[in-house]
Design a binder for this molecule. Sequence first.
Ligand code: TRP
Ligand code: SF4
Length: 347
Amino acid sequence: MPTSQRKRVLSGMRSTGKLHLGNYVGALQNWVRMQDQYECFFFIADWHALTTDYADTSKVKENSLEVLLDWLAAGLDPDRSTLFIQSHIPLHAELHLLFSMITPLGWLERVPTYKEQRENITEKDLTTYGFLGYPVLQAADILIYKGNFVPVGEDQVPHVELTREIARRFNQFYGKPGPVLPEPQPLLTPTPKLPGTDGRKMSKSYGNTILLTDAEPVVRQKLKTMVTDPARVRRTDPGNPDLCPVGDLHKIFSSQETMAKVNEGCRSAGIGCIECKGWAADALLKVLLPIQERRKKYEENPRLAWDILMTGTAKAAKVAEATMKEVRSAMGMSLDYEPLSKSEGAK
Ligand code: TRP
Ligand code: SF4
């Protein structure tokens, strides 16, 4: 498809440091594929990281760089995608502020992640203005690029819905003669359930991750300690891969042949868990090794990656500036000089 006719995809990732396999399977892998079909904008949401990690900012920049290196390693291609960083485009903040004027508090209070996170993250004070406004900033991120599609996980769909509501309200107030901001569609990433080493969902906050940068021995060691079907206590007990987190890994990463061997061997107690985990490690490493190979170039010279980010940021800023011109003008606040209107009584 000619580049100019492509629909625009936009997505962001909070800068949380080194990425893990869950980030890869759940998002990144999908983004890499989209580069063939869409005009892609991907950005590091470092301001969004601050909504929860505001108290200690010593790692923000390093975390952003780690995310960037993992992106490039995974195959995001600066020749096809615009890669940029949120905090270097302050126009997001301007649009966020304007949106904050028209977003009713009730809309924000009923966002599911707002309640959930405030209940789950008890070690931080999340009763802040910024945390409540998280989805308003996200709406600004999306609408400032007039993104058509926003690839996200299930948990982010309410944020895209809210973005649509904000766009609609903006257009109602200021969109004459025509709408200024298009309503984006969420593009649900079909995410297989990726378990961490403890069997719960792989997540940085659980400390159960396998990192994209984990070296082969580390991957093998992590697999060794991974939980299995609890019914398989002894080597002679049959097990069930459908009830085993290692079985879930096989389903995502292993070939049909291996999967067949696992199914047969586990259910008949013909194989041991150690052997089975070795095969799972092989399958993971087949994905990880090429990623780690590509990362080397940037790891040796992170400056190269940072330059890519700065080039992408300059490109994105142009698009953002064009939208903000329209936004300001739709709101009657363009920066162009206009003479005073002659009203009654003004002599
Ligand atoms: N909230 C998203 C997350 O936690 C990250 C994000 C910020 C985002 N702004 C965005 C995603 C805009 C898509 C579009 O994953
Ligand atoms: Fe899980 Fe494999 Fe052990 Fe079966 S053999 S319980 S699938 S680790």
